[in-house]
Design a protein. Structure first.
Length: 163
């Protein structure tokens, strides 16, 4: 099993983000996941699983200027589908993604005061996610219980993307 859980980002307006800032986010969030999957895909045996950690920001926006981050997380969803199409039938490697909503992380700790609370109004569940809820989705996708699931993005966001 491979879990691609890379994520860096900037909250810079698109009109002021530099090429170096943009490319640094792409290098970690998208290219790093691609190269890791490629290396692991070469040696994984049938029945193996890759789970890419995307983000709800690959599906929607959340009030901050995060073009680079959002673009990479949307790109990771596309990469997931393509690798699943290439590898599931031919190599027996399932490739899926998880799009987490708001979970306490080093990245959420960097947000301005009040930002998370403001976003919670869009979360139908009314709270941040518990890491165990995210882990459960990952274990499911990696296990035999998720054996017929490939190329999919499972959204674990307490309803954030339905509002």
């Amino acid at each position: 099993m491979l879990v691609n859980n890379a994520g860096v980002g900037t909250a810079v307006p698109a009109s002021r983000e530099t090429p170096d800032q943009f490319e640094a986010v792409i290098a970690v969030n998208l290219a790093g996941c691609y190269w890791m999957a490629q290396e692991c895909g070469r040696v994984m045996k049938p029945g193996s699983s890759i789970v890419n950690i995307s983000s709800v920001l690959g599906l929607t926006t959340a009030g901050l200027p995060q073009a680079a981050y959002s673009a990479t997380k949307a790109g990771l969803i596309g990469l997931t589908r393509d690798l699943a199409q290439q590898w599931t039938g031919r190599k027996g490697i399932r490739v899926n993604a998880i799009a987490p909503g708001f979970f306490r992380t080093e990245m959420t700790d960097q947000h301005q005061p009040g930002y998370i609370e403001d976003q919670m109004r869009r979360v139908v569940a009314g709270r941040m996610g518990d890491p165990e809820e995210l882990a459960a989705a990952m274990v499911f996708l990696a296990s035999d219980a998720g054996g017929y699931i490939t190329g999919q993005t499972i959204v674990v966001d307490g309803g954030f993307t339905i509002t």
